[in-house]
Design a protein around this ligand. Structure first.
Ligand code: AMP
Length: 287
């Protein structure tokens, strides 16, 4: 596996693959890789001739300095996992490579992300999606992938990226991959390593509550289901819901009944022993 440190390395790697007529898949990550990330690499491996993963803790998407400072960084282990997953190249740039200090003002472009970015994570993490759009659009322009792979764990992020590539006219197919979970249901996340033993014990209750709410929803209104889930998760020890929203699976806008033609998604953010965890469920498929 090649390690690419500079933008020009990434651009040449991509040009070379394209010149050989190969399709290219891009998998953006912030590292501290786990099996959830690796499932995206495997999807990309199946769908594309060449796979590039990026490992970059993107400062512009953190609205909390402490979260950025304490974000786990495990480059050596990440490289071993990527190599084992059959990734062809890992792009691991320094911050100044992605955001040069002398960058001109035009590069600090404000993205038109529309209503999908205004609710939930957009409302609770000001600036977060602008930062995501900045990094993902740059990676896409440099790597020029045919397909880019994202996990449904960050359900709203996929909607925002679809919107971004459409308004920015970036010719790439967005592939959404299912959430990988621990055997007890907890969604895999780089932040799980921060959970205390006690918090790790209660955290699976988040997904258990979401799952149980699928049956509950069959005989209750959206608002009754919403408030039931919020109370049930708040009743778990150490857990405090930041928001639980039941939204249209495409527009991300809150719904008032279960008849949404695009499907209905329940999206939750919970502080569990002080660690911010997110998860979601689709009310049609039940997972
Ligand atoms: P991150 O490193 O947290 O920015 O995540 C990089 C990519 O991996 C994003 O597209 C995430 O949605 C995806 N991802 C993270 N956790 C999981 C998971 N448990 N299952 C599937 N995809 C995931």
């Amino acid at each position: 596996m090649k390690i690419l440190r500079t933008v020009s390395d990434l651009q040449s790697f991509s040009r070379q693959a394209k010149a050989q007529g190969k399709s290219l898949g891009l998998v953006p990550t912030m590292g501290a890789l786990h099996a959830g990330h690796i499932s995206l690499m495997k999807e990309a491996r199946k769908g594309c001739d060449t796979v590039v993963a990026s490992v970059f803790v993107n400062p512009t998407q953190f609205n909390n300095k402490e979260d950025l400072a304490t974000y786990p960084r495990t480059e050596e282990a990440d490289c071993r996992l990527l190599e084992k997953a059959g990734v062809d190249a890992a792009f691991i740039p320094a911050v100044e490579e992605v955001y040069p200090a002398d960058e001109n003002a035009a590069a600090a472009h404000v993205f038109d992300l529309g209503e999908v970015a205004e609710v939930m994570e957009g409302a609770f993490r000001p600036g977060h999606f602008q930062g995501v759009a900045q990094i993902v659009s740059r990676l896409m322009r440099w790597a020029n992938p045919d397909r880019a792979y994202f996990g449904e764990k960050d359900f709203q992020q996929i909607a925002v990226i679809r919107r971004m590539v459409s308004t920015e006219k970036i010719p790439v197919e967005i592939v959404a991959c299912p959430i990988l979970r621990e055997a007890d249901g907890l969604a895999l996340s780089s932040r799980n390593v921060r959970l205390s033993a006690e918090a790790r014990n209660v955290a699976p209750g988040i997904y258990r509550t979401l799952r149980e709410s699928v049956e509950y929803s069959q005989s209750h209104s959206v608002e009754a289901t919403r408030s039931h889930v919020e109370s049930a998760i708040n009743a778990l020890p150490l857990c405090e819901v930041e928001y639980f929203a039941i939204v249209d699976s495409l527009s991300m806008q809150p719904v008032s009944d279960w008849n949404s033609p695009n499907g209905t998604q329940g999206c939750v953010t919970v502080y569990c022993g002080g660690v911010r965890l997110i998860d979601n469920i689709n009310y049609r498929s039940g997972h």
